[in-house]
Design a protein around this ligand. Sequence first.
Ligand SMILES: *Cc1c(COP(=O)(O)O)cnc(C)c1O
Length: 379
Amino acid sequence: MDKITYGRQTISQDDIDEVVKALKSASITQGEYVPAFEKALQEYTGAKYAVAVSSGTAALHTAYAALGLNKNHEIITCPNTFAATSNAALYLNAKVKFTDINIENFLIDEEKIEEKINENTKIITPIHYAGLPCSMEKIYDLAQKYNIKIVEDACHAVGSVYKGSITGSCKYSDAAVFSFHPVKHITTAEGGAVLTNNEEVYKKCLLYRSHGMEKVNFKNIPDSPTYHEMQLLGYNYRMTDIQAALGLSQIKKVESFVKRRIEIADIYYDAFKDNNKIIMQKKYNDRINSHHLFSVLFENNSLRDKVYYYLKENNIFTQIHYMPVNKHPYYQALGYDYKDTPLSYEFYRRELSLPVYPLLTNEELYYVIDKINTVLKAL
Ligand SMILES: *Cc1c(COP(=O)(O)O)cnc(C)c1O
């Protein structure tokens, strides 16, 4: 049996052919592939605008900047996420208010958001952890009530659906952010995107992606025929055409990738449904979880660790998502405290992310399930 990991990319010959084609084209960056990939992202999500950037982290930074986040502001998010969600706010010198999670669905507890809101709150960033959409209607109502923006960290949630709306449509947000890292649903090696329906946000994202510069097409161009103006302090967060060619080829297969992930999740749900040592993420009738992760909780920390090591001995490499962001030394030094969000810490001590990716075969999947059942029986 090959080494089984918690997640990995699916690359086939047609992806390779597209990348080679892009490499042989006139422009390997700022050419035709990036706009074509953006168009495909718009069509897939239904969002009016898509801006492809160099990573999911860059997408978060770009979205926050485009919404005007600055040092006078705060964002609200939960600690059960990859550090980039809040790091991108720190880049802009904003503060972070960490809200605890709901231990049944592993998502930000929408009932605890309102108490964190004050006059400096600018953005709420819900994370659709593992691929399960947050309670967006509730969060949207709060944002409307207090005039706050919403950026969905949808890095886990390509292809997930909430009340009939596909994630990335931005029906309940000002912007949504994807990552195309190899463990995510589709990959460009490194890459990300901002989706939005707001033209002003879109234009700002374009500026932040590329040094804040724009070409100005005046009739009487001052000084030089290639006149550029820098409007704001932007970055170089551009995606290359080589990456976009891979993305364009991958997005054609996104539905089959998501379908296989859900199939695998269904088999796990069925296999462990009567096992009281394993708690699985809550299911909702009004949502489709696209399962970037298959995340489970064990009864306690020592049981989780025993399962982790036993699986590792059997060539199955699981992961733990996530150490609460407010537990990282960097955040602790800034005065953030993981004890303020006890459920996120408890979650971290009991969580394990089991293998889920399109190329995982049923044989491998049942091998994983069998090993988990074996170790639990022995304990
Ligand atoms: C992957 C991920 C990111 C960052 O994406 P990169 O492309 O690795 O920069 C941000 N937030 C979450 C929740 C993620 O899973």
